[in-house]
Design a protein around this ligand. Structure first.
Ligand SMILES: [Zn+2]
Length: 502
C-alpha cells in the first residue's frame, strides 16, 4: 500500500515538474545582428525635424492647424525620395497618408504597417517643466526630446526610414505592403484611419496582417520577471459609459419619505462595484502568462505550468492586483455622480455615470444585462452614452504572422520575452477590423515603468539607440514577412554587423 502510494506520489511530482520544465524552455530564436544600412545620425536629424511640426490633435476640429500636416507631408517628400518615387501615395481626407508598395506576387495577400501623424497637445502650464521645448526636437548625447518621440511620429519615421533603406538596396517585396498614417488617432481616428480602412474595404482588400502602434518593450513588467517583455496586443478592450438615473418624490428634508434618490442610486452603484463582471483566467490571459513563464521564479512557474491544479487560486491572486485584474475582466468604475442643489431639499433626480472597459469575453449588451440584473431596481433608468465601442476580436497567436512578428522582435531585441496581451486603451487598429483578422499592436519602444508617464506627458523622449532598433525592427519585419526567402534577401540588403550599433 505504502509502496503504491509512494509510486503515485513520485509520478505526480515527476509529471508536474516535467510540465514546469516544458514551460521553462524558451523557443530558441537567436539574435540576428545583420544590419539594414541606415545612417543613424542622419535619421535622428530627420526625426528631430519631424517633431518640429505641430501636428496637434484637438477635441475641437476647427482648432487643428492643417498647414502643419501639409508642411510635414512636404518634408517627408524631401526626406524620403525613394519612397515617394517608387511607392504609390494617396492623401486621404487632406491630412492622412496611404502608401502602397506593390509586391511582385499578386497571389499573396498584402500586409500593412500603421502609425499616426498627430500628437496630443502639451498641457498648458507645463511647457516650462520640459528640459527641452516640446516642439524643438532637441538632440542630446543620448536622446531626442519632444512631443511625438514616443507617441508616435518616431514610428512613422522609423517605418519610412526602413522602407527608404530597403528601396536603396533594391529590395522588392513579393507581398504588397501598405503604409497607413492617420492624422487624428488621438481624437478617435474618425477621419483618418477610419477612412483609410473604409477605402481598403471598398477595394475588396483583405490583409494578411496589420501591425499598428501599441504596447512597448517593458522593463520589469512584473516583479520576479527579469527579462524585459515585448507586449504584443492581440485584442483591444471595448468602451462603454452608462448613465444611471432615478427620479423620486423629493420634498423637504424635515419630513423625508423613505429612501432618497441619492441613497437609492448610491445603493445601486455600491452593488455594481461589489459585483463586477466575472474574471476569467483563460484564452488570451492564459497565453500571456504561459509566454512569460520561462522568466518567472520557480514557484510561479510551477503554478502556471500546472494550471489544472492552480487555476482558481491564481485567478484570485491576479484579481488582487489592479493591473492584472483589468486584464482578466471588464472593469467597472463610477466616474460621475450628480444630485442635490440645496442642503435642506431632498432632490428628485440623482444621476451617475459608470464607465466600463469591456473585456473581449463580454459585449456592450452583455454588460447592460449584467448591470440591470445586479442593481435590480426597475426605477433606475439605464442609458448608454454616445461613443461606446465593442471589444475587438482576438487575433491568433498560432498563425504565421504572429510567429514572424515574434521572430522579428526577438532578432532585434534578443533578450526579451514576447507575450500576447490585451490593450486597455484604443488605437487606430480597430478601424481596420473589416480588412484583416490578424491585427497586432506593438511598438518597438523600450520603456521602463517610469518612462510611461512621459507618453502624453512632460519630457517625452526617445533614446537614440532605441530609435536605431526601431528602424531595424521595421526593416526586419518587412523582409521576414514579405518575401519567401527572407534569409537570402536579408544577406543582399544587410552588411555584416559586428561593431557598435549605428
Ligand atoms: Zn498613439
Amino acid at each position: 500500500m505504502l509502496y503504491a502510494f509512494l509510486t503515485l506520489l513520485a509520478l505526480f511530482v515527476g509529471f508536474t515538474l516535467f510540465r514546469t520544465y516544458l514551460f521553462s524552455r524558451r523557443d530558441s530564436i537567436k539574435a540576428d545582428l545583420r544590419h539594414i544600412p541606415v545612417n543613424l545620425d542622419d535619421a535622428v536629424k530627420r526625426l528631430s525635424k519631424a517633431i518640429q511640426f505641430k501636428t496637434v490633435s484637438k477635441q475641437d476640429a476647427n482648432e487643428v492647424d492643417g498647414d502643419e500636416f501639409k508642411k510635414m507631408h512636404a518634408f517627408l517628400e524631401k526626406a524620403f525620395p525613394e519612397v515617394h518615387d517608387k511607392l504609390g501615395k494617396e492623401i486621404i481626407n487632406h491630412y492622412s497618408l496611404l502608401f502602397k508598395w506593390e509586391g511582385t506576387n499578386p497571389d499573396l495577400k498584402p500586409m500593412m504597417l500603421t502609425c499616426h501623424l498627430d500628437v496630443v497637445p502639451v498641457e498648458p502650464g507645463t511647457e516650462e517643466d520640459w528640459d527641452h521645448p516640446p516642439f524643438q526636437g532637441a538632440i542630446t548625447d543620448e536622446h531626442i526630446y519632444g512631443r511625438g518621440t514616443m507617441d508616435v511620429q518616431s514610428g512613422v519615421m522609423a517605418i519610412l526610414e526602413a522602407t527608404e533603406a530597403l528601396l536603396k538596396q533594391g529590395f522588392a517585396p513579393e507581398r504588397t505592403i501598405y503604409l497607413g498614417f492617420g492624422h487624428d488617432e488621438e481624437i478617435d481616428g474618425e477621419f483618418g484611419a477610419s477612412e483609410i480602412g473604409r477605402i481598403l474595404a471598398d477595394r475588396g482588400i483583405e490583409l494578411e496582417f496589420l501591425l499598428d502602434e501599441g504596447l512597448p518593450v517593458v522593463e520589469e513588467l512584473i516583479e520576479g520577471i527579469k527579462s524585459p517583455v515585448a507586449l504584443v496586443a492581440v485584442a483591444e478592450k471595448g468602451y462603454l459609459s452608462l448613465e444611471l438615473s432615478i427620479l423620486t418624490e423629493g420634498g423637504h428634508s424635515s419630513v423625508p419619505q423613505g429612501k432618497t434618490s441619492i441613497a437609492r442610486l448610491g445603493d445601486a452603484l455600491h452593488r455594481l462595484e461589489e459585483n463586477p463582471l466575472p474574471a476569467k483566467f483563460d484564452g488570451l490571459v492564459k497565453s500571456t502568462f504561459e509566454s512569460l513563464c520561462s522568466g518567472m521564479p520557480f514557484p510561479l512557474r510551477y503554478a502556471f505550468a500546472n494550471l489544472w491544479m492552480f487555476k482558481t487560486p491564481l485567478r484570485r491572486f491576479l484579481t488582487t492586483i489592479p493591473a492584472t485584474d483589468a486584464a482578466l475582466r471588464t472593469t467597472t468604475a463610477t466616474t460621475i455622480f450628480e444630485s442635490g442643489v440645496k442642503e435642506n431639499l431632498i432632490p428628485t433626480l440623482a444621476k451617475a455615470v459608470v464607465n466600463f472597459r469591456i473585456h473581449p469575453n463580454d459585449s456592450v449588451e452583455g454588460v447592460i444585462e449584467h448591470v440591470r440584473r445586479v442593481i435590480n431596481d426597475d426605477d433606475i433608468k439605464i442609458e448608454k452614452l454616445f461613443g461606446y465601442i465593442e471589444p475587438s476580436s482576438v487575433s491568433s497567436v498560432e498563425n504565421q504572422p504572429y510567429k514572424q512578428l515574434s521572430r522579428s522582435i526577438r532578432q532585434i531585441f534578443p533578450e526579451v520575452a514576447v507575450a500576447p496581451s490585451l490593450m486597455v486603451g484604443a488605437t487606430d487598429a480597430r478601424h481596420y477590423a473589416a480588412v484583416s483578422k490578424n491585427i497586432y499592436r506593438f511598438f518597438p519602444l523600450r520603456a521602463e515603468q517610469s518612462d510611461l508617464d512621459r507618453v502624453h506627458g512632460t519630457n517625452e523622449r526617445l533614446s537614440i539607440e532605441n530609435y536605431g532598433e526601431m528602424i531595424q525592427f521595421y526593416g526586419r519585419l518587412v523582409v521576414n514577412t514579405s518575401v519567401s526567402e527572407p534569409a537570402d534577401k536579408l544577406n543582399q540588403v544587410t552588411m555584416a554587423f559586428t561593431e557598435a550599433k549605428g
